[in-house]
Design a protein around this ligand. Structure first.
Ligand code: GLY
Ligand code: MN
Length: 374
């Protein structure tokens, strides 16, 4: 069967007739459905076809079509899942190699180059510009000019893209030199617990918003045990106090885009009539909150960060003194950040982490780095 019939397209015409076809449709006052586009050349093509100024085109994108595409792409079929797993398997090689290079004296960009090279050597580009830094407290940090120093944590956030354009998106954080200090291990274990506990509750029928909240509570509870937070954990999280340390969302859909379908409008992808984005700092940046279904592929990426500028701002504004022990927080001022990210498939009765397992526990990371290329 021709592909267009398999896709359910009954009537079609050669592209050379598109101009004429659209003109006729406009004259006959037919509704024209198009998705929002972000490439400038597509925007210009649409502008010419429809006769709208380029800056107005996206205002006329079809919500019906957006909803259709989101429905189609949110649930991944076996072929798509296999593609994402291939992308994670390349990430396994990128990350284990990156870990083995995280020793004092190396420059961040050497490791970025090696990791990107591994993806390219498998015939695949990276799925987004690699984030790699000993300043993990700066989110999406693409500055790679620091030299690694003992005592710092190095965040690596990267992925690979298959020839069918499916992406992986993984984060690991390792101690420079290969051995966690006690302080590093304590914060790392809290982030790992947040990752594990929120994965445990990831299953069909659960709001992804609740998975995020589980991660936030795990973080607040762990920080309370270390004396960085105090008071009632649930109250602290409800008030948003945890966001000083975890100021972003737990994750997002993953597929042909890293933030899958972001171009269609995040709110259309991650939210629906049942749940709308939160307004509170931190949780407001959760890219997806809606109820999970089998076949969804999502990332799970909790983190703890010590952001000196944010700490100063909150302290000066006397934000949540009942929940935050600023004196203790000051002791961690130059700690940096830790994030751990896996790619997760929602299955019929729970979920599973996709691809070859990438070292994640403290013991696994230290073991991988033991024979590093110092
Ligand atoms: N991996 C980068 C992000 O999720 O934004
Ligand atoms: Mn991500």
């Amino acid at each position: 069967m021709p592909n267009k019939l398999k896709a359910g397209i009954k009537n079609s015409a050669p592209l050379s007739e598109l101009d004429e076809f659209i003109k006729n449709a406009i004259q006959r006052k037919r509704t024209i459905h198009f998705a929002p586009h972000y490439r400038a050349e597509t925007q210009l093509q649409l502008s010419k076809l429809i006769g709208l100024k380029p800056c107005r085109v996206k205002d006329y994108a079809s919500m019906e079509l957006i909803r259709g595409i989101v429905n189609l792409r949110s649930v991944k079929d076996e072929l798509e899942i296999a593609e994402i797993e291939k992308a994670v398997d390349v990430a396994y090689m990128m990350f284990t190699a990156g870990m083995k290079m995280a020793f004092p004296g190396r420059k961040e960009q050497e490791i970025v180059g090696l990791m990107e090279g591994i993806s390219i050597s498998h015939g695949r580009p990276v799925s987004f510009p690699i984030i790699l830094s000993i300043n993990g407290q700066i989110l999406h940090n693409h500055h790679h000019e620091n030299y690694l120093e003992e005592g710092r944590m190095m965040v690596m956030d990267a992925g690979s893209e298959t020839p069918m354009l499916y992406a992986s998106d993984i984060t690991r954080t390792v101690p420079v030199g290969g051995k966690f200090s006690q302080r590093q291990a304590e914060i790392y274990q809290i982030v790992l617990n947040a990752n594990l506990r929120s994965i445990e509750v990831t299953k069909p029928g659960t709001l992804y918003f609740d998975c995020h909240m589980k991660a936030a509570e795990t973080i607040a509870s762990g920080l309370k045990d270390l004396g960085l937070m105090h008071g009632d954990v649930k109250e602290a999280v409800a008030a948003g106090a945890h966001a000083l340390f975890f100021p972003h969302g737990l994750g997002h859909m993953l597929g042909m885009d890293v933030h899958d379908m972001e171009g269609l409008g995040q709110i259309n992808v991650g939210y629906d009539k049942e749940i709308q984005p939160a307004k509170q700092f931190g949780t407001a940046y959760l890219r997806m909150g809606r109820r999970l279904q089998p076949g969804f592929v999502i990332t799970n990426e909790p983190g703890i960060y010590f952001i000196p500028e944010l700490i100063d701002q909150w302290k000066a504004a006397d934000m949540f003194p009942q929940f935050i022990n600023y004196k203790k927080v000051d002791e961690y001022r130059y700690f940096g950040g830790i994030r751990i990210e896996d790619d997760i498939l929602v299955t019929n009765d729970g979920c599973r982490i996709l691809g070859k397992p990438i070292p994640k526990t403290i013991a696994e990371v230290e073991e991988t780095m033991r024979d590093g290329l110092a």
